[in-house]
Design a binder for this molecule. Structure first.
Ligand code: CS2
Ligand code: MG
Length: 402
């Protein structure tokens, strides 16, 4: 079997998605997600100008060799654009391998380790009571785990509080919109949210929170300590994580479990975090961390150090990524949890899939490959629309982390 054509399909059913499609001389094709929110066209150029020409004529079964060729052959290794491009190709090749074998992807990885994959949804509100109402809705939908975010008094907006409750899309403008941040106001308010949630719902559901890169290590230690009575499943992205050793300071001050890694793109971004057990969950994904081939390496390293997976699954990761992630989650022995921000009906129409939600769990389908397809005719109806993620400034105007 030979690769005869590779292409990207850019579509925007409410938000932009980039999909890689690899076609072979025997009529079998595979698809992969290559969406990088706010930088989509950089990945498209990297794929079309630099990677696709190297794939024509190759045997699609040689997934590892192709991965090593694209990673080592770049000379300029790593980075979100490079690794998202490699991920799109890698996922498409695993999809082809499954279709050729007539097996769902999880069988190729080592078979089922679980039936369903526990997921968490996103409850948010401007006020605490609005978030409480949203958490109640997710409990009624059968979720066992719910992320809770709320507005901060005195701030005009904050991360995670969406206009549309169910579908959260932060890339909201043709040039970056500017948000304002105050750590003091935020840290005073968040413990009140979780005190209220535990008072109302008790401890039968997992509660999670995303700090979204906005504290210093000692502030994260303080917030983690303040949240300990509410037994969070995890506190996510407490600090920007380029300096992995800064997590030692957080660890010294709190037992609140720590999750990080949705913006990581290789094992080297989290090697120290894992081997020094500075985190409890690694959030790397199929689409941004080099595909199934590399994510498997990260999960295997994490398993040696009691770190579990907790892959990112926001709306800007397409159903193709979600489908592949569910097969990965169904196999991976040190599974923790899977984020599940639902896609809109028009997105689901463009990407027909066989995974389904039931009682707080997502279930991968049993179709060969990852079980997700793309309707190219429908996709063409939604042209690319430039959209940036916001930027964040402190109240005095200092540029900060969004
Ligand atoms: C967030 C994301 O889901 C999460 O944990 O961190 O919503 C993130 O803000 C977006 O994926 C950015 O595009
Ligand atoms: Mg996050």
């Amino acid at each position: 079997m030979k690769i005869i054509n590779c292409k990207t399909i850019i579509t925007c059913p409410g938000r932009n998605f980039v999909t890689v499609k690899i076609e072979t001389d025997e009529g079998v094709y595979g698809i992969g997600d290559a969406t990088l929110n706010g930088r989509e066209l950089a990945v498209v150029a990297y794929l079309e100008e630099h990677l696709f020409p190297c794939l024509i004529g190759r045997d699609p079964a040689q997934i590892e060799d192709i991965w090593q060729y694209l990673y080592r052959g770049a000379y300029w290794r790593r980075g979100p654009v490079t690794m998202t491009a490699i991920a799109g190709i890698d996922t498409a090749l695993w999809d082809i391998k499954g279709k050729v074998a007539g097996l769902p992807l999880y069988e190729l990885l080592g078979g089922r380790s679980r039936d369903g994959v526990m997921v968490y949804g996103h409850a948010n509100g401007v006020e605490i009571e609005e978030t409480v109402d949203e958490v109640a809705k997710y409990i009624d939908l059968g979720y066992k785990a719910i992320r809770a975010q709320c507005g901060v008094p005195g701030l005009p907006s904050t991360y995670g509080v969406a206009k549309d409750k169910m579908y959260y899309e932060p890339a909201d403008a043709e040039l970056p919109s500017e948000n304002v941040w105050s750590t003091e106001k935020y840290m005073k308010h968040v413990p009140q949210l979780f005190e209220r949630l535990r008072d109302k719902f008790g401890f039968d559901h997992h509660l999670l929170h995303d700090v979204h890169h906005r504290l210093t290590p000692i502030q994260a230690g303080r917030l983690g300590k303040d949240l300990e009575p509410y037994r969070l499943f995890w506190m996510e992205d407490a600090v920007p994580a380029e300096n992995q050793e800064s997590f030692r300071l957080i660890r010294q001050h709190t037992t609140t479990p720590l999750a990080v890694g949705e913006i990581f793109n290789t094992i080297f971004d989290c090697q120290q975090l894992i081997t020094e057990q500075l985190i409890d969950y690694i959030r790397t994904t199929v689409v941004h961390a080099g595909g199934i081939t590399h994510l498997r390496r990260i999960a295997n390293l994490a398993d040696l150090y009691h770190v579990r997976t907790g892959s990112h699954g926001a709306t800007d990761l397409s159903p193709v990524c979600m489908g592949a992630a569910l097969h990965f989650d169904t196999w991976v022995p040190n599974f923790g949890i899977q984020e599940y921000m639902r896609h809109t009906p028009e997105t689901d129409e463009v990407f027909p899939h066989d995974y389904h939600f039931k009682d707080g769990y997502l279930h991968a389908g049993s179709k060969p490959g990852h079980g997700v397809d793309i309707d190219e005719t429908l996709a063409a109806r939604y042209p690319y629309k430039p959209a940036y993620l916001p930027v964040n400034r402190l109240e005095d105007g200092t540029m900060y982390n969004w």
